[in-house]
Each structure stands twice: as structure tokens, then as C-alpha cells.
Ligand binder design. Structure first.
Ligand code: NAD
Length: 342
């Protein structure tokens, strides 16, 4: 049997020292030149990621930041005054940076930001950047949009574009322990891995451009379904009279075990520290879970891939997202929407 490492490029984990040394070798044309970086999208994920990046970069490097939310860039500069510049717009970020990282909410934001960065294409060849630009998009979007952005960047010779969606949530972004799933041409994998290792713990190369998103969406599709199934199973067992902890104990040593049953159990009090125990606050928001599910369904439809449960699950999450007592809460709140005993 082939192992994961045999069918995909090896999981690379690089120590901070190796990253630091690699970065200096990689990004400067000579020992004297400092590297330039761009970061666009300083939201819940991007802000702490950019902070970790800035902390790990050599002092002389410059990080150009941009966000439509001016409060975010102002706050970032206040908290990280050294080696950070607020760019006037995303085009300026692209012009001045060798490596540009984007962490944006939806496909249309990514498409719009990249259009502004790479059009017209001639300007990017001017200026002081002589190294080929690397665009790293960490947003969770549909693979079709990502592919069209990559094609535009590549066909106009603006640089290499890779998809690098992530898992680990805001807690992982703050702690620098994210997992990145990257879709990248082989020649940029090492460079991308060094960079992303400054913001995360694991970088998994899944194949060519688009593969990172395919991996992320397949996983989050499964997660969305497991989450509902766990809530249903817990609810039925409790309604039949079983003790919630005893039921979870059975499931978690049996074939039904999954992340929602073991780590993020939807029944309050079953797993200490899970969002269910704090009125479903924090965690993985139901809107984000539904967003990823919808992206996975869309990508399946575009490829003619049949799914049995996706549309039904989406309709259920739509209801949960709209319910006043569930809206904005961790996605395990589906248990509440099923009428589960809390
Ligand atoms: P967010 O809404 O908190 O942040 C997005 C940021 O992008 C905001 O600051 C917004 O002002 C900025 N932005 C929007 N349009 C822009 C534009 N045109 N130019 C510049 N900046 C712009 O979102 P988030 O929670 O940080 O998530 C970002 C991405 O990461 C999403 O694709 C999400 O699905 C994915 N993701 C999020 C999590 C999570 O737990 N929050 C986990 C994994 C992946």
C-alpha cells in the first residue's frame, strides 16, 4: 500500500531556525538587499497571521499591509511599528512586494483584489522587485475562482500564484499552529513552505494549483456532515434515556467516532472546554461551516460529482444560521436547533 507521502509531496515541517536561514537565502538577491512582503486582509485570521509573520521576519525586511478596514491597518501598525508600512492600495502592495499573502473572506473579494493587483500587467515588471513574485492565497474560496486568478497571474507573467487554505481557526492563527494545504507547482513548494511555516505548524502539498482547496473543501464537507450526524445521534440517544457522557463514551471508542463527537461534542457538559459548554460561543462559526459546505457543493456540481447529503445538510445549516438562538454561534449549535436537551 502506498503511503500518503508516496502519493503526495512530503509533509514538510521546518524549524524556525531553518525558516529564518532559508528566508534570507531565498528572498534576497544579494546579502545586502532586504526582502519585501505584502499582506492583504487583516481580519480575524489575517491579523494574527501577519503579526506572526512580522515577528519571525528579519528586522530589516519590510511588510506592506492593506485592508479596506482602515482601523485594522492602523491597529496593526500601532502594535507592530517596526518594519511595517500601510500601502495606499493593493496595487502598491503588489508593486513593492516579492511575496504577497492574501486572507480574504469570499471568492469575489479574492477575484477583485487580484484583478487590482495584476492589471494592467506591465506595471508589475517595473520598480525594484526583480525576483519572481509569489502570490499566496490563504482564503477559503471555490477552486474555479482560484484557478482563474492563477491563470490570469501566470498568463500575464506577473508571478506564481498558489492556493494555501488553512485549518486551525483563530486560535491556531494566533498561536502560529495553523495547517496549510497547498496547491502549487513543484518549483515553488519549498519557497511557499518556508513562508507558511512562519505562520503555521504544518504545510501539506497536495498537488498542483487548486489542490489545496480541493483538500480543504473535501475535509470541511465531511466535517459539516459529521457535525449534524453527531448532534442527531447524541439527541436520539439522550431522548431514549441514555446518559450523555456514557453515550459519548461508547461512540468515542466505536465506529461512530469523529471530531465532533470526540472534541467538539454538541451536548453541553460532555467535553470540557467545548463551545457547547459556553452557550456555543467561539469555535467554528455556523456561517463559516455553511460557507465551506456550499463551496464544496458548488465545486462538486462544476465537476459533475454526485453527492447524496450535501444539499440537505446545506438547507439545514441555512435554517440554523437564520435561527435567532443559533446565529453567530459555534456550528455544534445544530444540536440546539434539533431540539436537543441542554
Ligand atoms: P474576516 O472577515 O475576519 O477578515 C477578512 C478581512 O479581509 C477583513 O479585515 C476585511 O476588511 C478584509 N477585506 C475584505 N475585502 C477586502 C479588500 N477588497 N481589500 C482588502 N481587504 C479586504 O475573515 P476571516 O475569519 O479572517 O477569514 C478569512 C478567510 O479565511 C476566509 O476565506 C475564511 O473562510 C478562511 N478561514 C477562516 C477561519 C476562521 O476560523 N475564521 C478558519 C479557516 C479559514
Amino acid at each position: 500500500m502506498r503511503t500518503f507521502q508516496a502519493i503526495a509531496s512530503p509533509l514538510r515541517r521546518i524549524s524556525p531556525i531553518a525558516v529564518h536561514q532559508g528566508a534570507r537565502r531565498c528572498f534576497s538577491k544579494s546579502q545586502n538587499l532586504q526582502a519585501t512582503w505584502g499582506f492583504i486582509g487583516l481580519g480575524r485570521m489575517g491579523f494574527p497571521m501577519a503579526k506572526n509573520l512580522r515577528t519571525k521576519l528579519p528586522a530589516g525586511d519590510v511588510l506592506f499591509i492593506q485592508d479596506v478596514n482602515k482601523d485594522a491597518t492602523k491597529k496593526f501598525l500601532e502594535e507592530n511599528p517596526n518594519g511595517v508600512r500601510i500601502a495606499d492600495n493593493v496595487r502598491e502592495v503588489a508593486e513593492k512586494s516579492e511575496t504577497i499573502i492574501t486572507v480574504l473572506p469570499e471568492p469575489h473579494h479574492v477575484a477583485g483584489v487580484y484583478k487590482s493587483m495584476i492589471e494592467p500587467p506591465n506595471l508589475l515588471k517595473d520598480g525594484f522587485i526583480t525576483k519572481e513574485r509569489l502570490f499566496i492565497d490563504c482564503s477559503t474560496i471555490d477552486p474555479m475562482t482560484s484557478r482563474s486568478v492563477a491563470d490570469a497571474a501566470h498568463s500575464s507573467g506577473q508571478g506564481k500564484f498558489i492556493d494555501a487554505p488553512m485549518s486551525g481557526g483563530v486560535v491556531g492563527a494566533q498561536a502560529g499552529t495553523l495547517t496549510f494545504m497547498i496547491g502549487a507547482a513543484p518549483e515553488v513548494v519549498d519557497r511557499a513552505t518556508e513562508i507558511l511555516s512562519m505562520m503555521g505548524r504544518r504545510v501539506l502539498h497536495l498537488g498542483d494549483q487548486g489542490s489545496g482547496l480541493h483538500g480543504k473543501l473535501a475535509n470541511n464537507y465531511l466535517l459539516a456532515l459529521n457535525n449534524i450526524a453527531t448532534a442527531e445521534a447524541m439527541n436520539m440517544g439522550i431522548q431514549w434515556g441514555l446518559d450523555p457522557k456514557a453515550l459519548a463514551g461508547v461512540i468515542n471508542i466505536s465506529t461512530g467516532k469523529c471530531w465532533p463527537s470526540e472534541v467538539n461534542n454538541p451536548v453541553p457538559g460532555v467535553i470540557e472546554g467545548a463551545p457547547a459548554g459556553r452557550d456555543y460561543e467561539g469555535g467554528f462559526g455556523v456561517a463559516l461551516a455553511n460557507k465551506d459546505l456550499k463551496l464544496a457543493i458548488k465545486a462538486c456540481k462544476e465537476h459533475g460529482i454526485k453527492t447524496a447529503l450535501g444539499d440537505q445538510a446545506k438547507a439545514f445549516y441555512d435554517e440554523v444560521e437564520a435561527a435567532p438562538n443559533c446565529k453567530g454561534r459555534d456550528f455544534s449549535v445544530v444540536y440546539r436547533h434539533l431540539g436537543g436537551k441542554e
